[in-house]
Design a protein around this ligand. Structure first.
Ligand code: UD1
Length: 417
């Protein structure tokens, strides 16, 4: 199993390009199931989760060809097996995103129920209830969601909580339903908007994406389209944190500050100089960061996917900060590993009190989930001596060529096989 060896203490400087967003790419790949005409996707990130999703839709009959320019053409004419097996769903929870499109296109779907995961129970009851409101017959049997509907019918759905993939699944199901669907309490995340834009370019009639109320007028069929995946705001935020903590000065290309207001605001509060340009962001770090408190909430508030990275930067900042996680019930697994590097963190339920220490010391630590791994990389970049991060397959799910990008920025990082 690969490990990442980091020699800390090198300030990041220079430029790197941000990849397409994982969390936009995954639902967009599933959107290809909705049409018999080809979907051409560009700016797809090269990530293990994307490869897993391609394998999954490939098993269903989607033909994938390269466009010769790092994009892909997905041909779903031959979709004939509307099944997502436990083996696929257990490797990647986002596999649940095939449920809505399969049901809408094929009239049936058999999708394994995802189990719990490292950061919380993560049920999918809202996906199921929303599809039932649209007339689907759904049973859960032997660990599988078995769904049927000759044609889904538009409905008014109010989700119990804001759910990102829940909103995406229901929006994809609604585009081929009969009549109008309104999704209230919808997620406003930019990735939902990117998916909606892709669907609109395929002929869907959607308004309100990016607000809490999404309206979809169902159409008979969708056509082919070309769509460029939006930049990854979490990858962007992660590199900004890495530069902030190492007293760096970096410029990130092919990204936008527009998706990152809450994160940029906190970096400025920590003392960083962050500037936006057309398609790029620069960050210049202070000599020592100030600790900043955060509370995770649905977009546009502070994202849970940046919580671990901010915990890492607070570990060496001046003063104390409280980190409150409100989205997932068990998302502090990185704290115990950061403590192994010498951090001062006290956890009380979903609050973490982090008091900055003058320095961290390198050690062997273990990655437990994707963003937890990113926080350990950030800590390793500033720790004195060597940090060895184990189980970095989590990182490879969501960060494209991370060691290469960090090396380009002047970090001393090596993948050990
Ligand atoms: C997505 C993102 C993930 C991010 C998360 C929150 C993708 C592929 N993943 O995950 O990176 O951390 O949003 O921004 O886009 N919930 C239920 N029932 C449901 C659905 C959700 O109780 O049917 C709960 C979850 O357990 C969680 C909260 O709602 O506590 C939000 O989860 P949700 O927004 O659905 O997260 P994901 O879409 O799985």
């Amino acid at each position: 199993m690969d490990k990442l060896l980091i020699q800390g203490g090198f300030p990041l400087s220079g430029e790197v390009s941000i990849s397409g967003a994982k969390n936009a790419a995954l639902p967009i790949l599933c959107a290809s199931l909705l049409s018999a005409e080809a979907l051409h996707i560009t700016n797809l990130p090269h990530l293990n989760d994307v490869a897993t999703m391609l394998r999954l839709i490939g098993q269903m009959g989607v033909e994938v060809t390269m466009d010769g320019n790092s994009g892909l053409i997905l041909d779903s004419r031959g979709v004939n097996s509307p099944t997502a097996s436990y083996d696929m769903v257990k490797t990647m929870r986002a596999s649940i995103l095939v449920l809505g499109p399969l049901l809408a296109r094929c009239g049936e779907a058999k999708v394994s129920l995802p189990g719990g995961c490292a950061i919380g129970a993560r049920p999918v009851d809202q996906h199921i209830k929303g599809l039932q409101a649209m007339g689907a017959e759904i049973r859960v049997e032997n660990g599988y969601i078995l769904a049927k509907a000759s044609r889904l019918k538009g409905a008014r759905i109010v989700t119990d909580m804001v759910t990102v993939t829940g909103t995406e699944n229901l929006m994809m199901a609604a585009v081929l339903a009969e009549g109008e669907t309104v999704i209230e309490n919808a997620a406003c995340e930019p990735e939902v908007v990117d998916l909606a834009n892709c669907l609109i370019s395929m002929g869907a009639r959607i308004s309100g994406a990016g607000t809490g109320s999404i309206r979809v007028q169902g159409v008979e069929r969708l056509h082919g389209a070309t769509h460029a995946v939006m930049p990854d705001r979490i990858e962007t935020g992660t590199y900004l944190c890495a530069a902030a903590v190492t007293r760096g000065n970096i410029r990130l290309l092919n990204t936008s500050v527009g998706y990152l207001d809450s994160v940029v605001q906190k970096l400025r509060e920590a003392g960083c100089d962050v500037a936006a340009e057309q398609g790029a962001i620069t960050l210049k770090a202070p000599q020592r960061l100030k600790a900043v408190s955060i509370r995770t909430e649905p977009y546009p508030a502070f994202p849970t996917d940046m919580q671990a990275q901010f915990m890492a930067i607070n570990c060496v900042a001046e003063g104390s900060a409280v980190i409150r996680e409100t989205i997932f019930e068990n998302r502090f697994m990185h704290a115990v590993e950061l403590i192994r590097l010498g951090a001062d963190i006290k956890i009380d339920a979903n609050n973490a009190l982090v008091t900055g220490v003058p320095h961290l010391d390198g050690a062997t630590v273990m990655a437990t989930d994707l963003r937890a791994s990113a926080s350990l990389v950030i800590a390793g970049l500033v720790a004195q001596g060597e940090t060895l991060i184990e189980r970095i397959y989590h990182l490879d799910r969501g960060y494209e060529r991370i060691e290469e990008k960090l090396t380009r920025l002047g970090a001393n990082v090596r993948r050990v096989r």
